[in-house]
Design a protein around this ligand. Structure first.
Ligand code: NAD
Length: 498
Protein backbone atom coordinates (compact mmCIF):
# COMPACT_ATOMS: atom_id res chain seq x y z
CA UNK A 1 0.00 0.00 0.00
CA UNK A 2 1.82 3.19 -1.11
CA UNK A 3 2.28 5.95 1.47
CA UNK A 4 1.97 9.53 0.28
CA UNK A 5 4.46 11.63 2.23
CA UNK A 6 5.00 15.37 2.61
CA UNK A 7 7.43 17.34 0.41
CA UNK A 8 9.64 19.67 2.42
CA UNK A 9 12.81 21.50 1.41
CA UNK A 10 13.12 19.64 -1.88
CA UNK A 11 12.44 16.05 -0.89
CA UNK A 12 9.68 13.67 0.11
CA UNK A 13 9.69 13.11 3.84
CA UNK A 14 7.56 11.52 6.55
CA UNK A 15 8.81 14.14 9.06
CA UNK A 16 7.58 12.88 12.44
CA UNK A 17 4.06 12.04 11.25
CA UNK A 18 2.45 9.12 13.03
CA UNK A 19 -1.16 9.49 11.84
CA UNK A 20 -2.48 8.64 8.38
CA UNK A 21 -5.72 8.45 6.39
CA UNK A 22 -6.85 6.05 3.66
CA UNK A 23 -6.94 7.17 0.02
CA UNK A 24 -9.53 5.43 -2.18
CA UNK A 25 -10.07 4.71 -5.83
CA UNK A 26 -13.72 5.86 -5.99
CA UNK A 27 -14.41 3.75 -9.11
CA UNK A 28 -13.56 0.48 -7.34
CA UNK A 29 -14.32 1.54 -3.77
CA UNK A 30 -10.95 0.02 -2.79
CA UNK A 31 -8.23 1.72 -0.75
CA UNK A 32 -5.32 2.58 -3.03
CA UNK A 33 -2.91 4.16 -0.55
CA UNK A 34 -2.51 6.01 2.68
CA UNK A 35 -1.60 9.63 3.21
CA UNK A 36 0.38 10.95 6.16
CA UNK A 37 -1.37 13.51 8.37
CA UNK A 38 0.95 16.24 9.65
CA UNK A 39 1.15 17.26 13.28
CA UNK A 40 1.73 20.84 14.46
CA UNK A 41 5.46 20.02 14.79
CA UNK A 42 5.52 18.81 11.15
CA UNK A 43 3.92 22.07 10.01
CA UNK A 44 6.53 23.98 12.00
CA UNK A 45 9.23 22.15 10.00
CA UNK A 46 7.56 22.96 6.68
CA UNK A 47 7.13 26.64 7.54
CA UNK A 48 10.74 26.83 8.77
CA UNK A 49 11.96 25.46 5.41
CA UNK A 50 9.81 27.98 3.54
CA UNK A 51 10.99 30.81 5.76
CA UNK A 52 14.64 29.95 5.14
CA UNK A 53 14.06 29.71 1.37
CA UNK A 54 12.33 33.12 1.36
CA UNK A 55 15.64 34.85 2.15
CA UNK A 56 17.06 33.90 -1.25
CA UNK A 57 13.92 33.60 -3.39
CA UNK A 58 12.56 37.02 -2.45
CA UNK A 59 15.81 38.48 -3.82
CA UNK A 60 15.86 36.41 -7.04
CA UNK A 61 15.70 38.65 -10.10
CA UNK A 62 12.59 38.80 -12.24
CA UNK A 63 14.65 37.17 -14.99
CA UNK A 64 15.62 34.26 -12.73
CA UNK A 65 12.04 33.77 -11.55
CA UNK A 66 10.62 33.93 -15.06
CA UNK A 67 13.10 31.32 -16.28
CA UNK A 68 11.85 28.88 -13.64
CA UNK A 69 8.21 29.63 -14.49
CA UNK A 70 8.69 28.99 -18.20
CA UNK A 71 10.51 25.72 -17.44
CA UNK A 72 7.72 24.69 -15.04
CA UNK A 73 5.15 25.45 -17.74
CA UNK A 74 6.94 23.12 -20.17
CA UNK A 75 7.23 20.35 -17.56
CA UNK A 76 3.57 20.49 -16.52
CA UNK A 77 2.63 20.41 -20.17
CA UNK A 78 4.80 17.36 -20.87
CA UNK A 79 3.44 15.57 -17.74
CA UNK A 80 -0.17 16.51 -18.39
CA UNK A 81 -1.20 12.91 -19.00
CA UNK A 82 0.51 11.63 -15.84
CA UNK A 83 -1.09 14.36 -13.72
CA UNK A 84 -4.51 13.54 -15.20
CA UNK A 85 -4.03 9.85 -14.33
CA UNK A 86 -3.32 10.75 -10.69
CA UNK A 87 -6.47 12.89 -10.61
CA UNK A 88 -8.68 10.19 -12.13
CA UNK A 89 -7.29 7.46 -9.87
CA UNK A 90 -8.03 9.35 -6.65
CA UNK A 91 -10.85 11.75 -7.56
CA UNK A 92 -12.72 9.59 -10.07
CA UNK A 93 -13.44 12.18 -12.79
CA UNK A 94 -13.01 11.00 -16.38
CA UNK A 95 -9.55 11.38 -17.92
CA UNK A 96 -10.57 13.99 -20.51
CA UNK A 97 -12.01 16.12 -17.70
CA UNK A 98 -8.85 15.63 -15.62
CA UNK A 99 -6.74 16.75 -18.60
CA UNK A 100 -8.98 19.82 -18.91
CA UNK A 101 -8.37 20.59 -15.23
CA UNK A 102 -4.59 20.52 -15.70
CA UNK A 103 -4.94 22.66 -18.83
CA UNK A 104 -6.87 25.34 -16.93
CA UNK A 105 -4.19 25.26 -14.21
CA UNK A 106 -1.50 25.67 -16.86
CA UNK A 107 -3.18 28.87 -18.01
CA UNK A 108 -2.43 30.36 -14.58
CA UNK A 109 1.25 29.36 -14.94
CA UNK A 110 1.28 31.06 -18.34
CA UNK A 111 -0.23 34.20 -16.77
CA UNK A 112 2.46 34.10 -14.06
CA UNK A 113 5.19 33.88 -16.75
CA UNK A 114 4.35 37.54 -17.42
CA UNK A 115 5.30 38.55 -13.88
CA UNK A 116 7.81 41.26 -14.95
CA UNK A 117 4.99 43.11 -16.67
CA UNK A 118 2.53 42.45 -13.81
CA UNK A 119 4.87 43.81 -11.12
CA UNK A 120 5.74 47.05 -12.90
CA UNK A 121 5.20 49.97 -10.54
CA UNK A 122 4.28 53.62 -11.10
CA UNK A 123 6.71 56.57 -11.32
CA UNK A 124 5.95 60.29 -10.99
CA UNK A 125 8.89 62.42 -12.05
CA UNK A 126 9.18 65.86 -10.35
CA UNK A 127 6.14 65.37 -8.10
CA UNK A 128 7.54 68.35 -6.24
CA UNK A 129 10.59 70.44 -7.06
CA UNK A 130 13.47 67.94 -7.08
CA UNK A 131 11.26 65.20 -5.66
CA UNK A 132 10.20 61.97 -7.42
CA UNK A 133 7.58 59.49 -6.18
CA UNK A 134 7.46 55.86 -7.22
CA UNK A 135 5.83 52.62 -6.12
CA UNK A 136 6.58 48.92 -6.32
CA UNK A 137 5.24 45.74 -4.75
CA UNK A 138 7.10 43.26 -2.55
CA UNK A 139 6.29 39.65 -1.61
CA UNK A 140 4.67 38.87 1.74
CA UNK A 141 6.86 35.97 2.95
CA UNK A 142 5.62 32.44 3.60
CA UNK A 143 2.10 31.96 2.25
CA UNK A 144 -0.15 28.91 2.64
CA UNK A 145 -2.71 27.29 0.35
CA UNK A 146 -5.42 24.95 1.70
CA UNK A 147 -7.35 23.26 -1.09
CA UNK A 148 -10.39 21.01 -1.74
CA UNK A 149 -10.66 17.54 -3.26
CA UNK A 150 -12.56 18.48 -6.39
CA UNK A 151 -9.72 20.04 -8.41
CA UNK A 152 -6.59 18.58 -6.79
CA UNK A 153 -4.22 20.08 -9.38
CA UNK A 154 -6.01 23.15 -10.77
CA UNK A 155 -7.11 24.85 -7.55
CA UNK A 156 -3.60 24.77 -5.99
CA UNK A 157 -2.39 26.14 -9.34
CA UNK A 158 -4.70 29.14 -8.91
CA UNK A 159 -2.36 29.98 -6.05
CA UNK A 160 1.24 28.73 -6.09
CA UNK A 161 2.45 29.91 -9.54
CA UNK A 162 1.43 33.49 -8.79
CA UNK A 163 2.58 33.47 -5.16
CA UNK A 164 5.98 32.09 -6.19
CA UNK A 165 6.30 34.42 -9.21
CA UNK A 166 5.74 37.34 -6.81
CA UNK A 167 8.73 36.16 -4.71
CA UNK A 168 6.92 34.35 -1.87
CA UNK A 169 7.55 30.83 -0.64
CA UNK A 170 4.61 28.44 -0.44
CA UNK A 171 3.24 25.70 1.82
CA UNK A 172 0.42 23.71 0.23
CA UNK A 173 -2.00 21.66 2.34
CA UNK A 174 -3.93 19.74 -0.33
CA UNK A 175 -7.06 17.67 0.24
CA UNK A 176 -6.25 14.43 2.04
CA UNK A 177 -8.67 12.63 -0.30
CA UNK A 178 -6.56 12.99 -3.47
CA UNK A 179 -3.04 14.11 -2.52
CA UNK A 180 -0.81 12.38 -5.13
CA UNK A 181 -0.89 15.06 -7.84
CA UNK A 182 0.74 17.54 -5.45
CA UNK A 183 3.79 15.30 -5.06
CA UNK A 184 4.34 15.28 -8.82
CA UNK A 185 3.85 19.06 -8.97
CA UNK A 186 6.53 19.46 -6.28
CA UNK A 187 8.97 17.32 -8.30
CA UNK A 188 8.25 19.35 -11.45
CA UNK A 189 8.92 22.65 -9.65
CA UNK A 190 12.26 21.23 -8.50
CA UNK A 191 13.13 20.00 -11.99
CA UNK A 192 12.24 23.46 -13.33
CA UNK A 193 15.02 24.90 -11.15
CA UNK A 194 12.99 26.25 -8.23
CA UNK A 195 15.25 26.37 -5.15
CA UNK A 196 14.41 23.80 -2.46
CA UNK A 197 12.05 25.10 0.20
CA UNK A 198 10.21 27.55 -2.06
CA UNK A 199 7.36 25.07 -2.71
CA UNK A 200 6.43 22.64 0.07
CA UNK A 201 3.55 20.23 0.61
CA UNK A 202 2.21 19.16 4.00
CA UNK A 203 -0.51 16.56 3.91
CA UNK A 204 -3.00 16.57 6.71
CA UNK A 205 -6.36 17.37 8.19
CA UNK A 206 -7.69 19.91 10.66
CA UNK A 207 -4.55 19.67 12.85
CA UNK A 208 -2.28 20.77 9.99
CA UNK A 209 -4.76 23.47 8.93
CA UNK A 210 -4.98 24.94 12.43
CA UNK A 211 -1.19 24.90 12.74
CA UNK A 212 -0.91 26.93 9.52
CA UNK A 213 -3.64 29.37 10.61
CA UNK A 214 -1.89 29.98 13.94
CA UNK A 215 1.73 30.00 12.75
CA UNK A 216 3.32 33.43 13.28
CA UNK A 217 5.55 33.00 10.21
CA UNK A 218 2.66 32.43 7.78
CA UNK A 219 1.81 35.82 6.29
CA UNK A 220 -1.22 34.93 4.18
CA UNK A 221 -3.68 32.09 3.65
CA UNK A 222 -5.54 31.18 0.46
CA UNK A 223 -8.36 28.69 1.00
CA UNK A 224 -10.84 27.00 -1.31
CA UNK A 225 -13.45 24.59 0.05
CA UNK A 226 -16.89 24.46 1.64
CA UNK A 227 -18.55 27.53 3.15
CA UNK A 228 -18.49 26.55 6.85
CA UNK A 229 -14.75 25.84 6.68
CA UNK A 230 -14.09 28.95 4.56
CA UNK A 231 -15.82 31.10 7.17
CA UNK A 232 -13.80 29.43 9.94
CA UNK A 233 -10.50 29.86 8.07
CA UNK A 234 -11.23 33.52 7.40
CA UNK A 235 -12.12 34.25 11.02
CA UNK A 236 -9.21 32.36 12.61
CA UNK A 237 -6.48 33.50 10.22
CA UNK A 238 -7.75 37.10 10.27
CA UNK A 239 -7.75 37.06 14.08
CA UNK A 240 -4.11 36.00 13.84
CA UNK A 241 -3.33 39.04 11.68
CA UNK A 242 -2.98 37.24 8.36
CA UNK A 243 -4.18 38.29 4.94
CA UNK A 244 -6.91 35.81 3.93
CA UNK A 245 -8.90 34.87 0.87
CA UNK A 246 -11.33 32.01 1.56
CA UNK A 247 -13.50 30.76 -1.28
CA UNK A 248 -16.54 28.77 -0.20
CA UNK A 249 -19.34 26.65 -1.61
CA UNK A 250 -21.96 27.40 -4.19
CA UNK A 251 -25.49 26.92 -5.45
CA UNK A 252 -25.37 27.95 -9.07
CA UNK A 253 -28.60 28.74 -10.96
CA UNK A 254 -29.14 28.87 -14.71
CA UNK A 255 -32.19 30.73 -15.99
CA UNK A 256 -33.76 29.32 -19.15
CA UNK A 257 -35.95 31.83 -21.00
CA UNK A 258 -38.79 30.89 -23.36
CA UNK A 259 -36.82 32.48 -26.23
CA UNK A 260 -33.83 30.12 -25.70
CA UNK A 261 -33.30 27.08 -27.92
CA UNK A 262 -34.38 24.26 -25.54
CA UNK A 263 -32.03 21.67 -27.11
CA UNK A 264 -29.01 23.96 -26.80
CA UNK A 265 -29.93 24.88 -23.22
CA UNK A 266 -30.61 21.26 -22.19
CA UNK A 267 -27.36 19.97 -23.68
CA UNK A 268 -25.33 22.63 -21.86
CA UNK A 269 -27.27 22.26 -18.62
CA UNK A 270 -26.68 18.51 -18.57
CA UNK A 271 -22.97 19.02 -19.19
CA UNK A 272 -22.79 21.63 -16.43
CA UNK A 273 -24.83 19.59 -13.94
CA UNK A 274 -23.39 16.09 -14.52
CA UNK A 275 -19.81 16.80 -15.66
CA UNK A 276 -17.35 15.66 -12.97
CA UNK A 277 -20.39 14.08 -11.24
CA UNK A 278 -21.56 17.57 -10.25
CA UNK A 279 -18.50 17.99 -8.01
CA UNK A 280 -17.56 21.42 -9.36
CA UNK A 281 -18.04 24.67 -7.50
CA UNK A 282 -19.26 26.09 -10.81
CA UNK A 283 -21.62 23.18 -11.55
CA UNK A 284 -25.17 24.23 -12.36
CA UNK A 285 -27.37 22.63 -9.72
CA UNK A 286 -30.61 24.57 -10.30
CA UNK A 287 -32.33 25.35 -13.59
CA UNK A 288 -34.89 28.13 -13.31
CA UNK A 289 -37.32 27.67 -16.19
CA UNK A 290 -39.23 30.86 -16.97
CA UNK A 291 -42.83 30.70 -18.23
CA UNK A 292 -43.37 28.38 -21.16
CA UNK A 293 -39.71 27.24 -21.20
CA UNK A 294 -40.30 24.59 -18.51
CA UNK A 295 -41.97 21.63 -20.19
CA UNK A 296 -39.89 21.61 -23.39
CA UNK A 297 -36.72 22.01 -21.33
CA UNK A 298 -37.61 19.15 -19.04
CA UNK A 299 -38.20 16.72 -21.91
CA UNK A 300 -34.81 17.57 -23.40
CA UNK A 301 -32.93 17.52 -20.07
CA UNK A 302 -34.36 14.11 -19.18
CA UNK A 303 -33.15 12.73 -22.54
CA UNK A 304 -29.70 14.24 -21.93
CA UNK A 305 -29.48 12.83 -18.39
CA UNK A 306 -30.46 9.35 -19.56
CA UNK A 307 -27.78 9.46 -22.28
CA UNK A 308 -24.87 10.08 -19.86
CA UNK A 309 -22.57 7.03 -19.78
CA UNK A 310 -21.47 6.47 -16.18
CA UNK A 311 -18.38 4.38 -15.50
CA UNK A 312 -14.76 4.41 -14.34
CA UNK A 313 -12.92 7.58 -15.26
CA UNK A 314 -10.11 5.74 -17.01
CA UNK A 315 -12.47 3.97 -19.44
CA UNK A 316 -12.68 5.90 -22.69
CA UNK A 317 -16.41 5.15 -22.89
CA UNK A 318 -17.36 6.99 -19.66
CA UNK A 319 -18.81 10.52 -19.67
CA UNK A 320 -19.09 10.68 -15.88
CA UNK A 321 -17.27 8.92 -13.05
CA UNK A 322 -18.13 8.12 -9.41
CA UNK A 323 -18.42 10.59 -6.52
CA UNK A 324 -15.52 10.98 -4.12
CA UNK A 325 -16.45 8.79 -1.12
CA UNK A 326 -19.05 6.32 0.11
CA UNK A 327 -20.17 8.95 2.64
CA UNK A 328 -20.66 11.49 -0.13
CA UNK A 329 -22.73 8.98 -2.15
CA UNK A 330 -24.92 8.25 0.88
CA UNK A 331 -25.42 11.97 1.57
CA UNK A 332 -26.46 12.63 -2.07
CA UNK A 333 -28.81 9.62 -2.10
CA UNK A 334 -30.41 10.91 1.13
CA UNK A 335 -30.93 14.36 -0.40
CA UNK A 336 -32.57 12.84 -3.50
CA UNK A 337 -34.98 10.97 -1.22
CA UNK A 338 -35.74 14.19 0.65
CA UNK A 339 -36.53 15.84 -2.70
CA UNK A 340 -39.16 13.17 -3.40
CA UNK A 341 -40.50 13.28 0.18
CA UNK A 342 -40.83 17.07 0.18
CA UNK A 343 -42.89 17.25 -3.02
CA UNK A 344 -40.42 17.25 -5.93
CA UNK A 345 -40.95 15.07 -9.01
CA UNK A 346 -38.12 12.60 -9.67
CA UNK A 347 -37.92 12.90 -13.46
CA UNK A 348 -34.67 10.91 -13.54
CA UNK A 349 -33.54 8.91 -10.49
CA UNK A 350 -29.83 8.02 -10.39
CA UNK A 351 -29.96 6.06 -7.15
CA UNK A 352 -29.11 2.39 -7.16
CA UNK A 353 -26.96 2.64 -10.27
CA UNK A 354 -24.80 -0.48 -10.75
CA UNK A 355 -21.69 -0.31 -12.91
CA UNK A 356 -20.72 -3.84 -14.04
CA UNK A 357 -17.35 -5.05 -12.70
CA UNK A 358 -17.25 -1.96 -10.44
CA UNK A 359 -20.09 -2.82 -8.10
CA UNK A 360 -18.29 -1.42 -5.02
CA UNK A 361 -17.58 2.00 -6.57
CA UNK A 362 -19.17 5.16 -5.20
CA UNK A 363 -21.86 5.62 -7.87
CA UNK A 364 -24.79 7.98 -8.20
CA UNK A 365 -26.32 8.37 -11.67
CA UNK A 366 -27.55 11.66 -13.19
CA UNK A 367 -30.70 12.77 -11.42
CA UNK A 368 -33.30 15.40 -12.37
CA UNK A 369 -35.84 16.67 -9.82
CA UNK A 370 -38.64 18.86 -11.18
CA UNK A 371 -41.05 21.22 -9.41
CA UNK A 372 -38.54 22.01 -6.67
CA UNK A 373 -39.51 24.72 -4.16
CA UNK A 374 -36.97 27.03 -2.44
CA UNK A 375 -37.92 25.59 0.95
CA UNK A 376 -36.83 22.05 0.05
CA UNK A 377 -33.52 20.55 1.27
CA UNK A 378 -32.39 19.80 -2.30
CA UNK A 379 -32.63 23.53 -2.94
CA UNK A 380 -31.13 24.89 0.27
CA UNK A 381 -28.23 22.39 0.55
CA UNK A 382 -25.16 22.35 -1.68
CA UNK A 383 -25.62 18.81 -3.08
CA UNK A 384 -22.20 18.53 -4.78
CA UNK A 385 -23.36 15.53 -6.79
CA UNK A 386 -24.94 14.81 -10.20
CA UNK A 387 -28.36 16.24 -9.36
CA UNK A 388 -30.15 18.95 -11.35
CA UNK A 389 -33.13 20.54 -9.65
CA UNK A 390 -35.69 22.44 -11.74
CA UNK A 391 -37.60 25.41 -10.33
CA UNK A 392 -40.39 27.10 -12.28
CA UNK A 393 -40.71 30.91 -12.35
CA UNK A 394 -43.25 33.16 -14.10
CA UNK A 395 -40.93 36.02 -15.06
CA UNK A 396 -37.22 36.80 -15.40
CA UNK A 397 -37.59 39.29 -12.54
CA UNK A 398 -38.83 36.47 -10.30
CA UNK A 399 -35.91 34.27 -11.41
CA UNK A 400 -33.36 37.01 -10.68
CA UNK A 401 -34.95 37.65 -7.26
CA UNK A 402 -34.63 33.92 -6.47
CA UNK A 403 -30.92 33.98 -7.31
CA UNK A 404 -30.38 37.11 -5.24
CA UNK A 405 -32.12 35.68 -2.19
CA UNK A 406 -29.76 32.68 -2.17
CA UNK A 407 -26.91 32.97 0.35
CA UNK A 408 -24.33 31.83 -2.24
CA UNK A 409 -23.12 33.95 -5.16
CA UNK A 410 -20.45 31.97 -7.00
CA UNK A 411 -21.62 31.51 -10.62
CA UNK A 412 -24.81 31.82 -12.62
CA UNK A 413 -25.94 31.69 -16.24
CA UNK A 414 -28.82 32.60 -18.50
CA UNK A 415 -29.99 30.99 -21.74
CA UNK A 416 -31.76 33.51 -23.95
CA UNK A 417 -31.72 34.98 -27.44
CA UNK A 418 -32.50 38.48 -26.15
CA UNK A 419 -29.63 40.89 -25.56
CA UNK A 420 -31.90 43.06 -23.48
CA UNK A 421 -32.82 40.19 -21.12
CA UNK A 422 -29.15 39.17 -20.88
CA UNK A 423 -28.13 42.70 -19.97
CA UNK A 424 -30.86 43.02 -17.34
CA UNK A 425 -29.63 39.72 -15.88
CA UNK A 426 -25.90 40.54 -15.88
CA UNK A 427 -26.55 43.87 -14.19
CA UNK A 428 -29.16 42.58 -11.75
CA UNK A 429 -27.69 39.41 -10.23
CA UNK A 430 -25.60 39.51 -7.05
CA UNK A 431 -23.10 36.90 -8.25
CA UNK A 432 -19.38 37.07 -9.02
CA UNK A 433 -19.17 35.07 -12.27
CA UNK A 434 -21.86 35.24 -14.93
CA UNK A 435 -22.44 33.31 -18.17
CA UNK A 436 -24.60 34.41 -21.08
CA UNK A 437 -25.44 31.19 -22.94
CA UNK A 438 -22.27 29.86 -21.23
CA UNK A 439 -23.20 27.56 -18.33
CA UNK A 440 -19.81 27.36 -16.57
CA UNK A 441 -18.31 30.85 -16.81
CA UNK A 442 -14.92 30.11 -15.24
CA UNK A 443 -12.84 33.22 -15.99
CA UNK A 444 -9.62 32.95 -17.97
CA UNK A 445 -6.44 33.11 -15.86
CA UNK A 446 -5.86 36.77 -16.76
CA UNK A 447 -9.15 37.66 -15.06
CA UNK A 448 -9.72 36.86 -11.39
CA UNK A 449 -11.94 34.04 -10.08
CA UNK A 450 -14.27 34.50 -7.15
CA UNK A 451 -17.84 34.62 -5.96
CA UNK A 452 -19.88 36.94 -3.76
CA UNK A 453 -21.66 36.52 -0.43
CA UNK A 454 -21.13 33.10 1.25
CA UNK A 455 -19.00 31.95 -1.70
CA UNK A 456 -16.04 34.15 -0.72
CA UNK A 457 -14.73 35.56 2.55
CA UNK A 458 -12.08 38.25 2.09
CA UNK A 459 -11.60 41.05 -0.41
CA UNK A 460 -9.50 39.51 -3.15
CA UNK A 461 -10.46 36.94 -5.76
CA UNK A 462 -7.87 34.35 -6.84
CA UNK A 463 -5.42 34.51 -9.78
CA UNK A 464 -5.39 37.25 -12.40
CA UNK A 465 -4.59 40.79 -11.28
CA UNK A 466 -6.23 40.30 -7.86
CA UNK A 467 -3.99 37.29 -7.22
CA UNK A 468 -0.88 39.41 -7.83
CA UNK A 469 -2.29 42.05 -5.51
CA UNK A 470 -3.12 39.45 -2.81
CA UNK A 471 0.41 38.01 -2.77
CA UNK A 472 2.24 41.38 -2.64
CA UNK A 473 2.18 44.59 -0.68
CA UNK A 474 2.92 48.06 -1.97
CA UNK A 475 5.76 50.42 -1.15
CA UNK A 476 5.67 54.06 -2.21
CA UNK A 477 8.99 55.91 -2.19
CA UNK A 478 9.28 59.71 -2.08
CA UNK A 479 12.85 60.58 -3.04
CA UNK A 480 15.03 63.68 -3.21
CA UNK A 481 18.73 64.00 -4.12
CA UNK A 482 19.70 67.44 -2.75
CA UNK A 483 22.54 69.49 -4.18
CA UNK A 484 24.15 72.67 -2.95
CA UNK A 485 22.10 75.23 -4.94
CA UNK A 486 18.82 73.68 -3.77
CA UNK A 487 17.00 75.33 -0.84
CA UNK A 488 16.69 72.76 1.91
CA UNK A 489 12.91 73.31 2.23
CA UNK A 490 12.95 71.92 5.78
CA UNK A 491 10.03 73.11 7.91
CA UNK A 492 8.22 72.12 11.08
CA UNK A 493 4.90 72.33 9.27
CA UNK A 494 3.40 69.18 7.68
CA UNK A 495 5.21 68.58 4.35
CA UNK A 496 3.34 69.94 1.32
CA UNK A 497 4.50 69.70 -2.27
CA UNK A 498 5.30 72.73 -4.37
P1 NAD B 1 -13.79 20.98 2.56
O1 NAD B 1 -14.19 22.31 3.05
O2 NAD B 1 -14.29 19.77 3.26
O3 NAD B 1 -12.18 20.84 2.57
C1 NAD B 1 -11.35 21.83 2.02
C2 NAD B 1 -10.02 21.82 2.75
O4 NAD B 1 -10.25 22.13 4.13
C3 NAD B 1 -9.30 20.47 2.72
O5 NAD B 1 -7.93 20.69 2.54
C4 NAD B 1 -9.61 19.87 4.09
O6 NAD B 1 -8.57 19.03 4.55
C5 NAD B 1 -9.74 21.10 4.97
N1 NAD B 1 -10.68 20.90 6.07
C6 NAD B 1 -11.76 20.08 6.09
N2 NAD B 1 -12.40 20.16 7.27
C7 NAD B 1 -11.72 21.04 8.03
C8 NAD B 1 -11.89 21.57 9.34
N3 NAD B 1 -12.90 21.19 10.13
N4 NAD B 1 -11.01 22.48 9.78
C9 NAD B 1 -9.98 22.88 9.00
N5 NAD B 1 -9.76 22.42 7.75
C10 NAD B 1 -10.63 21.52 7.25
O7 NAD B 1 -14.18 20.92 1.00
P2 NAD B 1 -14.10 19.68 0.01
O8 NAD B 1 -15.17 18.71 0.35
O9 NAD B 1 -12.70 19.18 -0.11
O10 NAD B 1 -14.44 20.43 -1.38
C11 NAD B 1 -15.75 20.68 -1.81
C12 NAD B 1 -16.20 22.07 -1.43
O11 NAD B 1 -15.31 23.05 -1.97
C13 NAD B 1 -17.57 22.42 -2.01
O12 NAD B 1 -18.30 23.11 -1.04
C14 NAD B 1 -17.23 23.32 -3.19
O13 NAD B 1 -18.25 24.22 -3.58
C15 NAD B 1 -16.05 24.04 -2.67
N6 NAD B 1 -15.24 24.62 -3.75
C16 NAD B 1 -15.33 25.96 -3.94
C17 NAD B 1 -14.62 26.54 -4.97
C18 NAD B 1 -14.69 28.01 -5.23
O14 NAD B 1 -13.96 28.49 -6.08
N7 NAD B 1 -15.54 28.76 -4.55
C19 NAD B 1 -13.80 25.74 -5.79
C20 NAD B 1 -13.72 24.38 -5.54
C21 NAD B 1 -14.46 23.83 -4.50
Amino acid sequence: MPTIEHWIAGKPTALGSTRNAPVFNPATGQQSGEVLLASKADVDDAVAAAREAFVGWSQASLTARTKVLFAFRELVNSHLGELAEHITAEHGKVLSDARGEVQRGLEVVEFACGIPQLLKGDYSDQASAGVDVFSFREPLGVVAGITPFNFPVMVPMWMHPIAIACGNTFVLKPSERDPSGSQLIARLWQEAGLPDGVFNVVNGDVEAVDALLDHPDVAAVSFVGSTPIARYIHERASANGKRVQALGGAKNHAIVMPDADPSFAAEHLAAAAFGSAGERCMAISTAVAVGAAGDALLTEVVAQANAVRVGPGNAGTSDMGPVITAASRDRIVGLIQSGADQGGTLAVDGRGLVVPEHEDGFWVGPTVIDHVQPSMDVYTEEIFGPVLTVVRADTVAEAIALINSNPYGNGTAIFTSSGETARTFQRGVHVGMIGINVPIPVPMAYYSFGGWKDSLFGDKHVHGPEGVSFYTRAKVVTSRWPHVEMPSGASLQFPTMS
